[in-house]
Design a protein around this ligand. Structure first.
Ligand SMILES: Cc1cc2nc3c(=O)[nH]c(=O)nc-3n(C[C@H](O)[C@H](O)[C@H](O)COP(=O)(O)OP(=O)(O)OC[C@H]3O[C@@H](n4cnc5c(N)ncnc54)[C@H](O)[C@@H]3O)c2cc1C
Length: 491
């Protein structure tokens, strides 16, 4: 049997590996010249930048994915000792180490939180995470036989621990007394492009990954995630077609029969779309009735990123740094309601050269400076971005007590219009739908089509959601659905 995969993001590469394991002939079609979707790199002068994701959690998922196809495969990464450094406007700052005990100690010392109380919060999030993971993340919510398993009862047994009636912010506010601790925990909503003031408290389980386990860094940078999965798939016979945009999914009698690309027509028994699900319906399946309710959900945030080569090293900065907005709620209202850039944005600075020395010349640093932004609804981005740049420079210069602008040696900018144009992210949204309501988990598109047999979906715009680990899980679910639908395939 032959499989055609649309796109080459991590969701596609993981699908290619999972389906190759089933003995299928797999072809991947990527519109761009480079494989990897949003996980790609760029060299600017003597600096190297990862263009998209910078936070990497659950590295064992990637290890297991690769080993599943080739037991000798390895993926080298380093576990970071600290998750992030947080800076506040009045000069207060906190370096957050990894691990429950250390996190609780740090917020007790800096924010005067009760040590045991913070530990009990982090323990609860660990238990919630372990209960929810096999039920909401590892299986399809749209297939009873996957969803209805022993883990479901364990997850249900903790129902009263999830804060089902609360938003992330409400739950954090009920737990912690210092608004700065609350802000620090609220921030995790941005991991899937949502607002903590709207997203369900269930998402506070992200604490398990960020605070209890902590982020990792692939050796060689984030780009290694797609580079190495690509190399492995290639080595095992997956065919890659770059600069070949898919223009239609072909069907006969409600069954997928192939793909039309800009260059040719191909026969396939199975198709997996890693393209933003909204665009998959709009551009490749115009003849199907699109699931409007799912697709019309509020979109996740976008981002404006400045890639700056900085002619100095800053000891007070780590790999991940956050310079918080003073009014966090107003910032999220700007992103999701007025669709504007807030005048005092939270600024994220990622510096991979702190651990990957080759990413910047000696004594210099590669700054990935990101602000969460609204999706593109026709804002005057050119002038908005110039204004934002000036505000970021002012904020960082004040906080770091150094004039930053003269230190910028090279610069490039990424923004919502480019995210849409380069990776086909609807209106520049990074994760498809936002999780800005209590039923968000149930309002993502399934990993298979209910209308066309043989059509599947993987990546961050479908179930189980945003982020690299979830995209890998989406591919695993696709493979499981394929096996259920085609029982003759070997396991
Ligand atoms: C600035 C930024 C920061 C981010 N930070 C993080 C982070 O720290 N951690 C994290 O986990 N995630 C982060 N993300 C999200 C991250 O990019 C995703 O988690 C993940 O990389 C998306 O993978 P995906 O499989 O959904 O596909 P994508 O990476 O979105 O790839 C889809 C691919 O499909 C291709 N395509 C689309 N249409 C067609 C077509 N018709 N024919 C052929 N090819 C097509 C596109 O060109 C693209 O290459 C960030 C994203 C951005 C933009």
């Amino acid at each position: 049997m032959k499989v055609g995969i649309i796109g080459s993001g991590i969701g596609a590469l993981a699908s290619a590996i999972e389906l190759k394991k089933l003995g299928l002939e797999v072809h991947v079609f990527e519109a761009n010249e480079v494989i990897g979707g949003k996980i790609v790199e760029q060299h600017l002068g003597a600096y190297r930048f990862d263009m998209g994701p910078s936070v990497f959690t659950e590295p064992q998922l990637l290890q297991d994915l690769m080993k599943g196809l080739d037991p000798s495969a390895t993926f080298a990464y380093r576990q970071l000792a600290e998750s992030c450094r947080y800076f506040f406007k009045d000069g207060q700052h906190i370096v957050l180490p990894v691990g429950k005990e250390k996190v609780a100690q740090a917020v007790a010392t800096t924010f005067n939180e009760d040590l045991q109380h913070t530990k009990s919060y982090l323990n609860r999030m660990e238990a919630n995470y372990k209960a929810i993971y096999p039920v909401f993340i590892q299986v399809s919510l749209h297939r009873f036989k996957q969803f209805f398993n022993a883990s479901l009862f364990k997850a249900l047994a903790r129902l009263f621990k999830y804060g089902l009636h609360q938003t992330m912010h409400q739950q954090n506010k009920a737990f912690f007394k210092n608004p700065r601790t609350i802000q620090l925990f609220d921030r995790l909503a941005t991991y899937n492009g949502s607002s903590p003031y709207l997203a369900p408290a269930m998402l506070n389980i992200i604490s398990q990954l960020e605070f209890n386990e902590g982020p990792a860094m692939p050796v060689g940078g984030m780009v290694q995630i797609t580079r190495q999965t690509h190399a492995l798939a290639l080595q095992h016979g997956v065919a890659f077609h770059t600069k070949e945009r898919v223009t239609a999914i072909q069907n006969r009698n409600n069954r997928v029969v192939g793909l039309q690309t800009e260059k040719a027509s191909y026969n396939f028994d199975i198709v997996v779309s890693n393209m933003d699900v909204h665009y998959t319906y709009e551009k490749l399946l115009p003849y199907l009735k699109a699931p409007r309710f799912l697709l019309q959900q509020e979109k996740s945030s976008s981002a404006v990123v400045f890639y700056w080569g900085i002619n100095r090293a800053f000891d007070e900065l780590g790999v991940h740094n956050i310079f918080f907005a003073a009014d966090y709620q107003a910032e999220f209202e700007a992103i999701f309601q007025t669709k504007t850039l807030h005048p005092d944005p939270t600024v994220y600075v990622h510096i991979s050269s702190k651990v990957e020395q080759g990413d910047a010349p000696a004594g210099k640093e590669n700054w990935f400076v990101m602000v969460n932004a609204p999706i593109n609804v026709g804002q005057d981005w050119d002038s908005e971005i110039q204004l934002l740049r000036a505000r970021i420079l002012e904020k960082l210069s004040l906080s770091l007590k150094t004039d930053i602008e003269p230190l910028i040696e090279v610069e490039q900018i990424n923004e919502p219009r480019l995210i849409d144009a380069r990776y086909s992210g609807k209106q520049g949204s990074i994760y498809g739908n936002a999780s800005n309501n209590a039923f968000a988990a149930f309002l993502r598109h399934p990993n298979f089509s209910k209308q066309l047999k043989g059509l599947y979906f993987a990546g961050v715009t479908v179930h189980p959601g945003g982020g690299i680990p979830l995209a890998i899980n989406s591919a695993k679910i696709v493979a499981r659905c394929v096996q259920e639908d085609y029982p003759s395939l070997r396991k």
